[in-house]
Design a protein. Structure first.
Length: 135
């Protein structure tokens, strides 16, 4: 499947399935999944100074479904997602975090996919470079 340059997660459907089956899924698990799902488009928006959310309809629907499982109504779910969007934007804007985003993006331009462990390794090196510049 073509992810359009976005991170493809494989466990979103598992969380949704668990929720639909009545299994307990913590708010923190849902919050983490929503933040990860939104982070790609937020990063694109920070990089290009413009986001194209119309290309992220399935992401938005997944986030609404996840948020809806822990929120009282749609108004709360939208407010919760908007708060998480602000949180993700601010987290990605920190220089050390943004350096990690750029490093992983550059690696993805060279190869189509990265394993979780390879991405973590790339981020660790980027963080070390930023830390050495600060000191």
């Amino acid at each position: 499947e073509n992810t359009g340059g976005k991170v493809q997660l494989r466990n979103t459907s598992k969380l949704c399935k668990d929720i639909n089956l009545g299994k307990y899924v913590s708010r923190s698990q849902i919050e983490g999944q929503i933040k990860i799902t939104l982070a790609g488009e937020v990063a694109v928006g920070l990089f290009e100074c413009d986001s194209h959310w119309d290309h992220s309809e399935s992401d938005i629907q997944a986030c609404l479904s996840l948020a809806g499982s822990k929120c009282g109504d749609h108004e709360e779910a939208f407010a919760y997602i908007n708060w998480l969007l602000l949180n993700v934007r601010n987290e990605l804007s920190f220089p050390g975090n943004w350096a990690c985003v750029i490093a992983v993006a550059e690696a993805l331009l060279k190869q189509k996919t990265l394993s979780y462990h390879k991405a973590r390794e790339i981020m660790k090196i980027a963080q070390q470079k930023i830390n050495s510049q600060i000191l």
